[in-house]
Design a protein around this ligand. Structure first.
Ligand SMILES: Cc1ncc(COP(=O)(O)O)c(C=O)c1O
Length: 393
């Protein structure tokens, strides 16, 4: 049954699950078997050769994992999908499967820290050049792309200052230059943004975040053009960064409520950002949903919702950051994002602690910046909590 034309709320529940499972199971069965038995070796041989559908060994394919891959494939309007043991496994496998020595990558300075380390430390070891542009400088990105490259890697909105890139514009420049465009869509989720519709060839997700949704599962997903996914899948078969079927089940269960959760995250983040924006103790709020945000117009054009993450700078120094964070009741002071519970922390001493002061300055990460991943709690409670903590400053 082709359900690909349905809305995200329906797809979150039904994509990959529209046919009944073994024994009429209503939920996706967890096939924990590592190997799959055949009564007939000719049949086994046909599966091995890809003539017949089936599974042989769970490092390569597994029925539970296939449901998850199908779910993200349909939600992201992609031709094919492949899963990984973490978001970073998905990102690094994508690079090492598609790039070769002598290639050139164009990307942005504000990529997720792990991805930036691949760009700065690991890809150069394989003689792959990486040009990192100012994230919102579309002219610089286009100039670097025109010089020649094989892969353009983008994130929008970015971490932690929520910078926005016109994905259609940059994907179009990449296409003209014969380069593949890869977009990390973790922050937006497929409910808020579909990069393939904007011209991307591949979309990557840290499914650890919104897709899983409960901060209890590490998982990476990559989807897009069939031919590219085949190469990435073949590399993963050998590289071995496969997902465990039970983990796949957790992500499938999380994804069933994806649309419900993301709409609530969007709503909570918007209300919180608007409230903080008016507060006298807050210097700046970074949230693409605010009209004052430099990327608001682009975000409005390419996103269905502005996402659940915002960041803000307090007036005064780091002591005020500590006072605020230590007095919040409904927040875990923790890394990661996209959980049902609100998570917050200061990027300067957490996610970006390894950067120099100068590097942090270039990315706009001051000592008074706080990243806030709004959960699905009640917005009034979250705002009351922030109000009470701000009153302590
Ligand atoms: C935007 C983004 N991409 C990729 C990753 C890496 O994902 P994982 O932690 O699942 O390896 C993260 C993790 O925080 C992230 O925020």
């Amino acid at each position: 049954m082709d359900i690909s034309k349905q809305k995200p709320g329906t797809l979150s529940v039904w994509a990959g699950e529209s046919e009944p499972f073994a024994e009429g199971s209503h939920t996706v069965p967890i096939f924990s078997s590592v190997t799959f038995a055949y009564k007939n070796i000719d049949e086994w041989n046909e599966v091995a050769k890809g003539i017949r559908d089936g599974h042989i060994y769970s490092r390569n394919t597994n029925p539970t994992i296939r449901v998850l891959e199908e779910k993200i494939r349909i939600l992201e309007h992609a031709e094919a999908a492949v899963s990984f043991s973490s978001g970073m496994a998905g990102i690094s496998n994508t690079f090492f499967a598609l790039l070769k020595p002598g290639d050139r990558v164009v990307s942005i300075k504000d990529s997720y820290g792990g991805t930036s380390r691949l760009f700065l430390e690991f890809l150069p070891k394989f003689n792959i050049e990486v040009a990192l542009c100012e994230t919102e400088d579309h002219e610089e990105l286009e100039r670097e792309i025109t010089k020649g490259c094989s892969l353009v890697y983008l994130e929008s909105p970015t971490n932690p200052t929520l910078k926005v890139i016109d994905l259609k514009r940059i994907a179009s420049a990449a296409k003209k230059a014969g380069a593949i465009t890869v977009v990390d869509n973790t922050f937006a989720s497929p409910v808020n943004q579909n990069p393939i519709d904007l011209g991307a060839d591949l979309v990557v997700h840290s499914a650890t975040k919104y897709l899983g949704g409960h901060s209890d599962t590490l998982c990476g997903l990559v989807c897009g053009k069939k031919e590219l996914i085949r190469k990435i899948f073949e590399f993963r078969e050998i590289n071995g960064a496969s997902l465990h079927p039970e983990t796949a089940y957790n992500v499938i269960r999380g994804m069933k409520t994806l649309e419900l959760r993301v709409n609530r995250h969007n709503d909570n983040a918007m209300k919180t950002a608007q409230w903080l924006d008016e507060h006298p103790k807050v210097e700046t709020v970074f949230y693409p949903g605010l009209e004052s945000h430099p990327g608001h117009k682009i975000a409005k054009k390419q996103m269905n919702g502005f996402g659940g993450i915002l960041s803000f700078e307090l007036k005064g120094g780091y002591d005020n950051v500590k006072t605020l964070l230590h007095n919040l009741k409904f927040v875990h002071l923790a890394a990661s994002l996209g959980s049902v519970s609100t998570l917050a922390g200061p990027p300067r001493t957490t996610s970006h602690v390894e950067l120099s002061e100068e590097q942090r300055k270039q990315l706009g990460i001051s000592e008074s910046l706080i990243r806030y991943s709004a959960g699905i709690e009640n917005a009034e409670d979250l705002i009351d909590d922030l109000k009470a903590a701000l009153d302590k400053i």
